[in-house]
Every structure is written in structure tokens, then in C-alpha cells.
Design a protein around this ligand. Sequence first.
Ligand SMILES: [Zn+2]
Length: 76
Amino acid sequence: MAHYQNASLLVQSQHIKFDKKYPPGATVVHAGIYRCTGCGHEIVITNERMLPMQNQHRHAFEFGPVSWELIVCPVD
Ligand SMILES: [Zn+2]
């Protein structure tokens, strides 16, 4: 899970961009911290960058297929 020190510097959001799930290798338009919905591994992605390909992030079989979701993003 992502950590932070000062909660007053973060704002909870219900924006739809947090609902979307991305497959390996997808190009994302929102910079931020992405989390693998299977194993919880977190990565930082900058604007217009590609998420790890299938062979760049692997986890145990029991975690299911790799899928990424945005969990924290900077304010544009
Ligand atoms: Zn994973």
C-alpha cells in the first residue's frame, strides 16, 4: 500500500479515472501510482507512458491475471 506522511496534502476523489482497470502494456494518460489488482505491487507512471508488459511484471498464479489501477495521482 502506498504511504504518506501528511493526510492534509491528499484529497479523496471519486473521479472515474480511479475506476478503470488497465491490461499490461496499456498506455495511460494519467500520471501517478498504479497498483496491480492481483498482487498489490505498486509502480509510478509518468504522463503518456506504458504500463509494464506481461513479461515485465509477473506474480504468483493464485493472484490471477495482471491488471493495473490508478490509486494516487498528482493534481494537473
Ligand atoms: Zn501483480
